[in-house]
Design a protein around this ligand. Structure first.
Ligand code: ADP
Length: 635
């Protein structure tokens, strides 16, 4: 019978589902999720880095503009101070009167006290140099500067462009102031020469990053002051923007005259006559960004590492749980429904899945056990049915054989009686020769044997027995010995009898005689086939409340494979004509009817011992209703 495949099929389905779940997509999905998270993170980092860079650039430009404004304010302040000094000098009586000696002395004192001032000159409207702080070169007493005329004409102070000092030969710019008489008419021009190289000291106090530069350019873009390498670059034309007066500070990225790229802040000074440019090297931006980027990179690396570790932990936990469930499903699909052990799970969902699995395995186990029990019952019922069928068939066959046998026995018995009777009559005829007598004896033996077979057959078929009576088994033994002694002697089989019981039994004498005869004849026939000298021992003994009769022989014994069939009707191992296979089955029926038991065993000679036990009768009324039991072998 095939077991239904339902639960197994459902197991296979679960197994498939778990396999589908655990067929690595989780790892791959986690990797994809990791990449999907890492890409925007990287984009954000790059975007932030760029934004930070632009922000830094803007800050640097702002710083440059701010410093430029500060420097311009300082320059303005210095020039204002210079204005104060110039107006005081211009109002000095010696200057107005044109006292050359005193003016020269005054100018010399002023140049000494003002390091940035290289020279002071008092110049007449026609360009004649009336006085100078520094000694004039030989032959120089007049200058042709157009600004002198401008100052006389406008009466306003002025500022020259970059020029070379005629007196010192150094690069200078000059501040011009009108000197007025009592009527407030410009009568001369006070020229103050400024040392451009030293102008850098004005910017010395301005804090700036390394490599930064502050420069002042005139309206033509010529460098007139520089905080770095002034000697080298003063007088050089730059790309500084030309700012109109009052223009707001401008910022830009440009290449400076020294070949360094800088962020510049440009602020107009003195009504746009000069421009102060503050340049901060471009390299300062990456230098400032480096720690910020390093910090951002650390944060990103830490975040990514944490994400990857977290992802791996989740993936490991998930795949571990799934492969556990998968192996459990495979186990169930393979028919192993032993209880699953509950283990800690990383989350509630896996816990519920595990519980469901355990419940499912338990249900399947119950279903299988119920199925096994049902199958076992069905198998037993089948066996019982088959056994009953066999019994019915055998009963029917036996009934048919019995019917047949009783008819045949009846028909054959009469002619046999006739033959026997005739043989006995013939035997009494006088004058018969020994040959004839021998043949008549043979006739009688064979006819007697045939009658015995017929009697057995009819007893087997009818299972009839004579009326039971109290009898001594000793008498039965004596009768049998008397009957068989001659035959046993001629077969050279020694017969011994040991009697230790004198209790009576309640049975039919002829029937017990037949059982015993059957035992003795079987013993003799077994010996005849194997031994030269045989032995048969008949024992009668008490066994508890029973009397036991045993017939031992030293024949070959019963084969193991024959033991189960010994008492079945028609079982014989003897050649055709010698055995009918009815002796033991008839004996079984007789002993059973007397409430006794019959069986066989091996004996110490290696032969067989056949025995029966009957309940011992204490009084004449005793009889036993016990059913017989087969002690060895079966019917
Ligand atoms: P039969 O003697 O006609 O064969 P039985 O019913 O008396 O029929 O005996 C059945 C079989 O039991 C015998 O054929 C024989 O094989 C076996 N058998 C009986 N008695 C003995 C014995 N003493 N030793 C060995 N085999 C025996």
């Amino acid at each position: 019978m095939q077991r239904p495949a339902g639960p197994i099929r459902s197991c296979a389905k679960i197994d498939c589902t778990v396999q589908l779940l655990s067929r690595q997509p989780i790892r791959r999905q986690l990797m994809v999720a990791g990449v999907a998270l890492a890409v925007p993170l990287l984009v954000a980092v790059v975007w932030t880095a760029n934004a930070t860079r632009l922000d830094q650039q803007a800050r640097v430009k702002e710083q440059a503009a701010s410093v430029a404004a500060t420097a311009a304010a300082q320059l303005d302040s210095y020039l204002s101070g210079l204005d104060g000094m110039a107006s005081a000098v211009a109002r000095h009586p010696d200057v107005i009167s044109g006292d050359v000696a005193n003016v020269s002395r005054l100018f010399a004192d002023l140049v000494r006290s003002r390091p940035l001032v290289t020279n002071l000159m008092l110049i007449a409207p026609d360009g004649f140099i009336r006085a100078a702080a520094m000694p004039l070169p030989a032959g120089l007493d007049r200058v042709g500067w157009p600004m002198i005329g401008d100052v006389i004409r406008t009466g306003k102070p002025g500022l020259t462009d970059y020029a070379t000092s005629p007196t010192t030969g150094r690069a200078v710019v000059a501040v011009t102031y009108p000197v007025r008489n009592e009527r407030d008419e410009p009568i001369a021009v006070l020229v103050i020469g400024l040392d451009l190289v030293r102008l850098e000291s004005v910017f010395a106090s301005v804090p700036l990053p390394d490599g930064s530069v502050i420069s002042v350019v005139d309206r033509n873009g010529v460098v007139i002051a520089r905080s770095m390498e002034a000697d080298q670059y003063i007088g050089v034309v730059t790309e500084s923007p030309r700012l109109s007066p009052g223009a707001p500070p401008v910022t830009s990225l440009r290449m400076d005259v020294d070949g360094v790229e800088r962020f510049y802040g440009d602020v107009a000074v003195r009504q746009g006559a000069w421009t102060v440019s503050v340049g901060i090297p471009r390299d300062i931006v990456p230098a400032r960004l480096r720690p910020i980027w390093a910090r951002n990179l650390s944060i990103m690396t830490f975040t990514l590492t944490a994400m990857i570790v977290l992802g791996l932990v989740i993936a490991w936990q998930t795949t571990t749980q799934l492969s556990r469930l998968q192996s459990a499903a495979q186990r169930i699909a393979g028919g192993d429904l032993s209880p699953l052990h509950r283990v800690p799970t990383p989350n509630r969902e896996f816990g519920e899945l595990q519980d469901t699995f355990i419940q499912m395995a338990a249900k399947l186990r119950e279903a299988r056990d119920a199925l096994d029990r049902q199958m076992d019952q069905e198998r037993k019922m089948n066996e019982m049915l088959q056994s009953l069928q066999r019994q019915v068939v055998r009963q029917e066959r036996l009934a048919a054989v019995g019917l047949l046998v009783s008819g045949v026995a009846h028909e054959v018995n009469n002619p046999l009686q006739g033959i026997l009777g005739t043989a006995e009559l013939l035997e009494q005829e006088p004058g018969l020769g020994p040959q004839a007598r021998e043949e008549i004896a043979f006739l009688k033996t064979q006819a007697g044997r045939a009658r015995e077979i017929i009697r057995n057959l009819s007893r087997f078929s009818s299972q009839q027995s004579g009326p039971p009576a109290l009898l001594d088994l000793n008498d039965v033994i004596k009768e049998v010995v008397q009957l068989r002694q001659r035959d046993l002697d001629s077969a050279r089989v020694t017969l011994d009898v040991q009697v230790s019981s004198h209790r009576k039994v309640y049975a039919n004498f002829t029937e017990l005689e037949q059982v015993m005869l059957n035992f003795v004849i079987n013993a003799q026939q077994a010996i005849e086939g194997s031994r030269a000298v045989g032995r048969v021992l008949i024992r009668l003994l008490d066994v508890g409340k029973r009397v036991r009769l045993e017939v031992h022989d030293n024949g070959p014994g019963v084969k193991k494979e024959d033991e189960a069939k010994l008492f079945q009707p028609f079982f014989t191992t003897k050649p055709v004509g010698k055995g009918t296979g009815l002796g033991l089955s008839v004996s079984y029926g007789i002993i059973e009817a007397c409430g006794g038991s019959i069986g066989h065993s091996e004996n110490e000679w290696g032969g067989a011992t056949f025995f029966f036990e009957l309940p011992a009768a204490e009084t004449e009324n005793d009889h036993v209703n016990d059913r017989p039991a087969l002690l060895h072998g079966s019917v």
